[in-house]
Every structure is written in structure tokens, then in C-alpha cells.
Design a binder for this molecule. Structure first.
Ligand SMILES: *[C@@H]1O[C@H](CO)[C@@H](O)[C@H](O)[C@H]1NC(C)=O
Length: 155
């Protein structure tokens, strides 16, 4: 019994060691793969930091003003892209009266650092006494699109 039990224990111990070693090695491999994978992922997402770019909004009285402003903004590299949204209806208070006007909306995509220069350009080239220029930071988006904004608009 003593003699028979001993090799069985040895065999079990050996199998256990092989199993433990296998588990340990696959664990190491998995964590290695995970690290490499995470690094590759973070390198891909490192191309955009939340808020680096912004979407700005400007209301315009008609298509001529909207197109002229949009073209000037893009030509001066104050934005990569301006979408003109036609036929918006605006309700607002002006000098104590409720006004209702048909307007167009410029949806401007640019670097956040360009917003002050953009606001200055709009102020100087817009027919309104108080032109609307508001911006919101872009949190995330399609990385190649966000990269394109940065490529077109200089820092
Ligand atoms: C557009 O608006 C501007 C500024 O208010 C004005 O001078 C111009 O005549 C308008 N153009 C058209 C086509 O309505």
C-alpha cells in the first residue's frame, strides 16, 4: 500500500505542477496581450483629446450673408467646415419686444483655440448689432474626422 500510494501521489503532484505552470504561463500571456492591446488602443485614441475642437453656431438673416460668412471663415482658416442649415425659425426678445424671424444657422467645426478669432471675424463681418456666436466643445467623434479638423485649421 505504502509503495503503491507513493508513485500515485508523485504522479498527481507532477500533473498538478504541469497544470499550475500552464495556468501561470497562460495568465502571463493573457496579461501581456492585454497590455499590448491596451497600448495599441490608447495610441489610437490618443489622437484626440476631448474638447480640443469645438462646434460653433452663428445665426444669419439670409443666404447671401450665410454663404459670405461661411466662405470667409473657411478661407481665413478659422474653421475646417461650415454647414449652412436653412430655414430655421428664431423667437427672441430684442429691446423689450418678442421678435420672430426666419434665419439660417451656421454650424462651424474648428479648433477650440480658434473660437476667439472666429467670434472677432463674425463680429466684424455680420450685419447684426449683436451677432450670435456660441460654441460647444466636441467630446468625441470619428477620429479621422477630428484629425482632419486639426489638419485643416492651424493651431
Ligand atoms: C441679406 O441681409 C443683408 C443684411 O441684413 C442685407 O443687406 C441684404 O440686402 C440681404 N440680402 C437679401 C438677398 O435679402
Amino acid at each position: 500500500m505504502q509503495v503503491g500510494l507513493s508513485p500515485t501521489l508523485d504522479l498527481q503532484g507532477g500533473t498538478l505542477r504541469v497544470v499550475l505552470l500552464t495556468v501561470l504561463l497562460s495568465g502571463l500571456m493573457l496579461s501581456l496581450l492585454r497590455t499590448v492591446g491596451l497600448r495599441a488602443f490608447s495610441m489610437a485614441s490618443e489622437t484626440y483629446t476631448s474638447g480640443t475642437h469645438s462646434a460653433a453656431f452663428v445665426t444669419c438673416p439670409n443666404e447671401t450673408v450665410a454663404k459670405d460668412l461661411a466662405r470667409g471663415i473657411v478661407e481665413k482658416k478659422l474653421a475646417a467646415c461650415v454647414n449652412i442649415v436653412p430655414k430655421i425659425m428664431s423667437v427672441y426678445e430684442w429691446q423689450g419686444k418678442i421678435e420672430e424671424d426666419s434665419e439660417l444657422l451656421l454650424m462651424i467645426k474648428t479648433r477650440s483655440s480658434k473660437i476667439p478669432a472666429l467670434a472677432e471675424y463674425v463680429r466684424s463681418n455680420h450685419p447684426y448689432e449683436v451677432a450670435e456666436v456660441i460654441s460647444l466643445p466636441i467630446d468625441q467623434g470619428n477620429p479621422p474626422y477630428l484629425k482632419w479638423i486639426g489638419d485643416v485649421v492651424p493651431e
